[in-house]
Design a protein around this ligand. Structure first.
Ligand code: NOJ
Length: 756
């Protein structure tokens, strides 16, 4: 007892000491910021809010300034998208030694799926449902980016989206707010670590705030109009999750939300983000999004736009120069106050302090460290393993996969299609690999499917034929003729089809989700020969391929897997790695079903089967998806026991405790993503048919069983009602646990009274 007491006192003393040091430090920083602010002219203050493009233009046309001259005159606080390392030193030196106050620059960059080492696109990573792996990816990306002089990444993109026509679904985590929130947390932790002042961590940015994933018709930059409930329950949770784990910055979205451009949306930025969530970081515009408030017709001119955006709570102007042109006049005309301006400048300076830039402006510009840190071979191992664990096996009829060693007679495998062996167009990657440069990159870095598969398959006793057809444009007669010849010759065909790397990302919306450039024709032709065909899809979004789903026995979604494409593909196709990816977004049968998502509200006329009249469906296609959210097969099989609920009636404030056992009943080791959903059956408003509440990825040996226990609180079961109260209604609920949003075990429980 006594010892305990003494230790408790000592601990208390230590914590108080640490607290006072921390508070003193924080006070110290604030005091330094105030001193600096007192010395700054209005122009210098506005300069800190100005972010100018470096050597890459990653957005629409904007005027190109003389960067160095602007920096010297104190008119630039931050530079984005600058690749050249030596020039970054020159720019930083100009800021520190040649501008009047010597305030260091902040370098921002889009580090979206790796910096020098390219990982799978974010949507693919989400399909791994592996938070530790995702955090590790961002840790590596932060190490490389920081060693190359970047302080700040414009990532994670946490926009939930239900529309695969929108090209930017590739940058997010798919359609579910809970999964997106968990991934947002992992990414922020990966980038920022637990100390931003370390030279190997960088500031993260939750973007695009908010609603961007709901642009009408899936057309980039288009209007967003939605209910408050949808905003709060679907769009905001991942942002809130990022804010909670301390993301350093937020970025505005391009779109209007219920008529108000996001960059001047006071409700979003000041009331919710800074008010309700008490988040105190820096908000940066998107590329010229302050200026675009004028194009939206919501601001008259630069002065109006600048004053509306700053007053709403936005701080820094990316690329557009609207603050430079309009903010001083807004101040003179009393449209904004000096206090508002100072607050925004403080946020910029605070970020620079927390990154350690005032103590050492060249902390991230160490040439020796750069040489050691970039593109370490060990990083490629992470790239390979996450690429493999993000691949999703949609179909494996007759268990034709994994490919087994060729027994006896020499057999032939053909690797065909436009994506078989490509070295152009940033294939297997995306536009968002800016750390490699804009359009051109060292193509020797990527391992193509043919390069990865050929040696492995040869080792297994196959003769390998590589036939990369239709590489330049549409599939034509010549490519079809070559396919006929190859299909006759081969015993197994691996058809690599899908989207080009540069066809995904910003401003890459599509109106058709079918395989582009006549690639379905290619598959139909291959299917005619009665040989086993494996379709490998390279994609940045859910796509539609109804014919292939019905006629091709094995389909693997590989996404855009990054540098280690071919090696990861070989791992999965030959069974060295057992596939474990699960779809983070629903795959529709036809584009006309979009938006199609698993957590939709109940309708008054649900359709039990295709064609039932007077129910919610279509004449020409079933209302069900081609492949549901959470779906993904393995080479082994998992069996779920029934669900046990300890106490099925919850009193006020009690959490639900449930358990289930999962057994690997197949003959090889495998990983399974156990997904847990609930449904509120009797609320005051209509609630979704299912909502993901928990998930867990586990690995089981053949014959092994694991018992999973989970808790769901009444807060987890709550929702925003029509008067914007967050509440749980007493009544009946369902709990579902399984390996996809459809294949699940069910149990009932009830909430007796409301938690106050
Ligand atoms: C516009 C994009 O919307 C945003 O995500 C990106 O960070 C900026 N351009 C900078 O490249």
């Amino acid at each position: 007892m006594l010892i305990n007491y003494v230790w408790r006192r000592r601990l208390f003393f230590l914590v108080s000491l640490l607290n006072s040091i921390f508070v003193l430090n924080a006070q110290d920083t604030e005091a330094r910021i105030n001193l600096l602010l007192a010395k700054m002219t209005v122009d210098e203050k506005i300069g800190q809010l100005n972010q100018l493009p470096g050597d890459l233009m990653t957005g629409s046309e904007v005027g190109k300034e003389d960067l160095l001259a602007q920096i010297r005159s104190g008119r630039v606080g931050s530079v984005l998208s600058h690749t050249n390392f030596e020039q970054k030193i020159i720019l930083q030196r100009a800021a520190v030694s040649e501008s009047r106050l010597g305030i260091p620059l902040l370098f921002g960059f889009d580090v979206i799926h790796g910096y020098k080492t390219v990982f799978p696109i974010p949507l693919a990573q989400a399909a791994s449902w592996d938070m530790r792996a995702i955090e590790e990816v961002e840790r590596i990306a932060a190490r490389e980016a920081s060693a190359d002089g970047q302080h700040w990444t414009f990532s994670p993109m946490v926009d939930v989206s239900r529309d695969p026509r929108w090209g930017r679904v590739m940058e997010g985590a798919g359609e579910d707010p809970y999964l997106s929130g968990k991934i947002a947390e992992a990414r922020v932790r990966g980038f920022q670590g637990d100390d931003l002042g370390q030279s190997s961590t960088i500031a993260a940015c939750a973007k695009h705030f908010a609603g961007y994933g709901f642009s009408e018709a899936g057309r980039d930059y288009n209007t967003v109009d939605m209910s408050e409930q949808r905003l709060r329950e679907v769009v905001l949770p991942p942002f809130k999750a990022a804010a909670k784990v301390g993301v350093a910055t937020f970025m505005n979205a391009f779109n209007t939300l219920n008529g108000v451009p996001a960059s001047m949306n006071k409700y979003l930025i000041t009331d919710i983000l800074r008010g309700e969530w008490t988040w105190s970081g820096l908000v940066v515009s998107d590329w010229n999004s302050f200026g675009e408030t004028i194009v939206h017709g919501a601001a008259a001119d630069d002065v109006d736009a600048a004053s509306k955006c700053l007053s709403a709570g936005s701080d820094m102007d990316m690329a557009g120069g609207t603050f430079q042109r309009g903010l001083k006049k807004a101040l003179e005309g009393k449209r904004i106050s000096m206090q508002q301006l100072d607050e925004a400048v403080r946020r910029v300076l605070r970020l620079k302090y927390s990154l350690g830039l005032f103590d050492n402006p060249f902390l991230y510009l160490d040439g020796e460290r750069r040489l050691k840190e970039l593109s370490q071979p060990v990083y490629r191992e992470t790239a390979r393993s996450i690429a493999a664990s993000s691949m999703v096996l949609l179909k494996n009829q007759g268990k034709i996969l994994p490919i087994r060693p060729a027994a006896g007679l020499k057999k032939k495998i053909a690797i065909v299609g436009p994506m078989a062996d490509s070295k152009t167009n940033k294939d297997y990657m995306s536009f968002w690999t800016l750390g490699l440069g804009m359009q051109y990159y060292d193509s020797t870095q990527v391992v193509t499917p043919a390069e990865g598969l050929k040696p492995v398959l040869e080792n297994m006793g196959y003769e390998v034929l590589v036939r990369p057809v239709c590489t330049a444009g549409d599939c034509d007669e010549k490519s079809y003729a070559m396919m006929i010849e190859t299909a006759r010759e081969a015993d197994i065909i691996i058809a690599c089809v899908g989207e080009r790397g540069l066809d995904c990302g910003e401003s890459k919306s599509v109106a058709s989700l079918d395989l582009p450039r006549n690639q379905e024709g290619l598959l139909r032709l291959l299917g005619r020969f009665g040989k086993p065909v494996v379709m490998v899809l390279f994609n940045s979004r859910p796509m539609t391929f109804e014919w292939a789903s019905e006629n091709i026995p094995a389909i693997l979604v590989a996404w855009q897997p990054g540098f280690e494409t071919g090696n990861a593909l070989a791992d999965v196709l030959t069974g060295r790695v057992n596939p474990s990816g699960k779809l983070p977004m629903t795959f529709p049968r036809k584009v006309g079903q979009v938006p199609i998502y698993y957590n939709h509200l109940r309708t008054g006329r649900p359709q039990a089967s295709f064609g039932m009249p007077f129910t919610s469906g279509y004449l020409d296609v079933s209302a069900t998806p081609a492949y549901p959210f959470g779906h993904g097969l393995s080479y082994t099989e998992f069996q779920y026991s029934d669900i046990t609920i300890t106490k099925p009636t919850l009193e006020k404030g009690e959490s639900l405790a449930a358990s289930i056992s999962v057994t690997n009943i197949g003959d090889r080791i495998g990983s399974e993503v156990i997904q847990c959903y609930t449904q509120d059956l009797t609320a005051e408003v209509a609630r979704p048919v299912k909502e993901l509440k928990r998930f867990l990825k586990i690995t089981l040996n053949p014959g092994e069983t694991k018992k999973i226990q989970l808790k769901i609180s009444q807060e987890d079961l709550s929702y925003w009602d029509n008067e914007l109260r967050f509440r749980v209604d007493p009544g009946k609920f369902k709990l579902f646990i399984g390996g996809s949003s459809e294949a699940v075990k069910e149990a009932d429980f009830e909430v007796k009274s409301i938690k106050k």
